[in-house]
Design a protein around this ligand. Structure first.
Ligand code: BF8
Ligand code: SF4
Length: 638
């Protein structure tokens, strides 16, 4: 079907457009309608110059100089913008790190033998981690080692140490630089709490000092909480290996019970996948007239399961309401983060049951089934049973599933990437040195209804691979690239000659799926390993980061820890900092002299690709590698 222009511009994907047409026809409100209703959005807030940190306010300063230049307490634009950015980073870092803590708590209970439905699936990784953390492994029982590792990681959340445990992974230069700058993260919770303290009225009133701590806070996420989440998820659910899967709304099946797993934490969804294979529940589904039980993923819970088990993905962030509009979803199981409160409103227009599972994330209008790892499998079965029961309420006349799904490959943990290279980064280094691969870029982050859905991700990645730049994706970017067909080995044909040759030799796509958003830590680990291998700092490598369609506070924390780790990062959506020239100057320029990397903002993905290619060529030149002159790059973009 062809959607009218006003709908076509909202998303580049036909499945989304078809559901948007249906939403308009049936008068069902979606995120795009609500964005429109909010416009024009507040200019002060968009520029970051409004403050409601205390009851003398709320205040705003006028960035154009006509109105007040200071809040009631005397805070100017620099202070207000820096404080707001610091709080945003703290919220994002807290979300990732608390997710990590939840995984760690289940891991600890597993080690104590108190869970059902969990096991240590990657003992080798557990032992390697224990070794890294200085825990004796020789001759000891695995669960004993696991308990000690869990305790050591728990300590990282507090503030008992000078530095958190994963920092030994850093190249020496980077660790030293952070020490000199005073931004070495000491404790995961500590840096977050200190950020909130500093941004209370009358504490840190020097915007540079505030922003340095914002970097420290983000590092406690990237090299702390998120890294705990990734590493322990690998231990408990398996370290991903390349696996084929499918993506888009066509992964729903009209003849089956359809259950979507939405959110971020794989703890419960992993046992739900086990439960969906339970013969009794499959028989129940058949009794109700269904062919079977079909699970699909949304957002990062989906990514976690796709990486390890090939779970088909219904879509990314902006698909969460549209999947309900198919009328074919019997249950949406949610944990936390990026789940729009609106899902229960849309679900009401159909028979879909929304089931919330995290006690810290309840939704009005949802059925709450509290997750408890001690009864993991039992709860998983209870949830699947509800989905099967809900199937009986489905109205077949209201089912409309967009046709066809797209094949994609997932599962590129660092272990898998190194495995494909024969166990060492050397072949990758050689390919980069020879210019077959010019560099690598992590393209990460969300969808944002302010940008045509997936346009930023797909266009940027396309241009990068055409220029022999290897792309590593996570989160919603992975889903976007998957739908565009850029994540199968055959997509090597879309890449430039050098990258194409390497991909074909290894049988891998030019855009590699590294997992969920906490798995951006895999990119950090790879970057650190490459830098160490070459004896240079991360900031010298031909690497970049990009978040073309970001929306979330977590994405801001990611961007901050990527830059603080020494990687140039281009944002596609303007962050609310433009009310302070000093803050903008620092982020977009000054930081380069501090941490060896900086931010750029470029909404046009074609231009973002040019910026990134230029940066990569400069980095190559710095390392004495063959490079393409900037003028030549410019002409390629024309
Ligand atoms: O953590 S990319 S919209 S789903 S925040 Fe959310 Fe953004 Fe998607 Fe995953 Ni990440
Ligand atoms: Fe206003 Fe200062 Fe209070 Fe913020 S902290 S609301 S700028 S008085």
């Amino acid at each position: 079907m062809t959607a009218p222009d006003n709908i076509r511009k909202l998303s580049i994907n036909n499945d989304a457009r078809e559901m948007l047409v249906r939403a308009r026809e049936e008068g069902i409100e979606t995120v795009w309608d609500r964005l429109k209703a909010q416009e024009p959005q507040c200019g002060y807030c968009s520029m970051g110059v409004s403050c409601r940190n205390c009851a003398m306010g709320p205040c705003r300063v006028d960035p154009f100089g006509d109105g007040p230049q200071k809040g009631v307490c005397g805070a100017d634009a620099d202070i207000i913008v820096a404080r707001n950015l610091g709080r945003t980073i703290a919220a994002g870092a807290a979300a990732h790190s608390d997710h990590g803590r939840d995984i760690l708590e289940v891991f600890s209970e597993l080690a104590a033998g108190k869970t059902t439905g969990y096991e240590i699936r990657d003992e080798g990784k557990l032992l390697a981690l224990a070794g890294e953390w200085g825990i004796e492994t020789d001759g000891r029982a695995v669960d004993e080692v696991a308990r000690e590792l869990a305790d050591a990681m728990m300590e990282d959340y507090g503030s008992r140490k000078e530095r958190i445990g994963f920092l030994d992974r850093l190249p020496e230069q980077r660790g030293k630089l952070w020490d000199e700058l005073g931004i070495t993260p000491r404790g995961i919770d500590r840096e977050n709490v200190e950020m909130l303290h500093r941004t209370h009225m009358g504490v840190d009133n020097d915007h540079v000092n505030t922003l340095l701590h914002a970097l420290r806070t983000s590092l406690s996420d990237g090299w702390g909480g998120s890294m705990v989440a990734t590493e322990l998820s690998d231990v408990m659910f398996g370290t991903p290996k390349p696996i084929m899967s499918r993506v888009n709304l066509g992964t729903l099946k009209a003849d089956s019970v359809n259950i979507a797993l939405h959110g971020h934490n794989p703890m419960l969804s992993d046992v739900i996948m086990q439960a969906a294979e339970d013969p009794e529940l499959v028989a129940l589904a058949k009794e109700k007239g269904a062919a079977g039980i079909n699970l699909v993923g949304l957002c990062c819970t989906g990514n976690e399961l796709q990486m390890r088990k090939g779970l088909p993905m219904a879509g990314n962030h902006l698909m969460q309401e549209l999947v309900l509009l198919t009328g074919a979803l019997d249950a949406m199981v949610v944990d936390y983060q990026c789940i729009m409160p609106a899902v229960t409103d849309v679900a009401k227009c159909f028979h879909t049951e929304v089931i919330s599972t995290a006690d810290k994330a309840k939704f009005t209008g949802a059925t709450h089934i509290s997750f408890d790892p001690h009864r993991g499998l039992e709860i998983g079965k209870e949830i699947v049973r509800r989905g099967v029961e809900a199937y009986s309420n489905r109205n077949p006349d209201r089912v409309q599933i967009p046709e066809g799904s797209v094949e994609m490959m997932a599962g590129f943990s660092i272990e898998a990437i190194l495995g494909a290279l024969g166990g060492t980064p050397e072949p990758l280094v050689e390919a980069i040195a020879a210019g077959k691969i010019r560099g690598a870029v992590g393209v990460v982050g969300c969808n944002n209804p302010k940008i045509s859905q997936d346009h930023g991700h797909v266009t940027l990645c396309k241009r990068l691979i055409e220029n022999d730049i290897l792309v590593l994706v996570t989160g919603c970017s992975a889903v976007a690239n998957g739908k565009a067909g850029q994540m199968v080995p055959a997509a090597a044909d879309m890449a430039g000659p050098g990258l194409s040759e390497v991909c074909k030799a290894l049988g891998i796509p030019p855009v590699l799926h590294l997992g969920s958003c906490v798995d951006n830590t895999r990119i950090l680990v790879l970057a650190a390993a490459l830098a160490k291998h070459l004896g240079v700092d991360i900031s010298q490598l031909p690497l970049a980061g990009a978040a073309p369609e970001w929306y979330s506070e977590k994405a801001v924390s990611i961007g901050a820890y990527v830059v603080a780790s020494g990687i140039y990062t281009v944002l596609g959506v303007q962050p609310p900092v433009f009310g302070s020239q000093n803050v903008v100057q620092l982020l977009a320029d000054g930081l380069d002299d501090v941490v060896g990397a900086k931010f750029a903002v470029e909404p046009d993905p074609e231009q973002a690709a040019v910026l990134i290619r230029r940066h990569i060529e400069q980095q190559r030149e710095g390392l004495g590698l063959p490079f393409i002159a900037a003028t030549e790059i410019k002409s390629q973009a024309a």
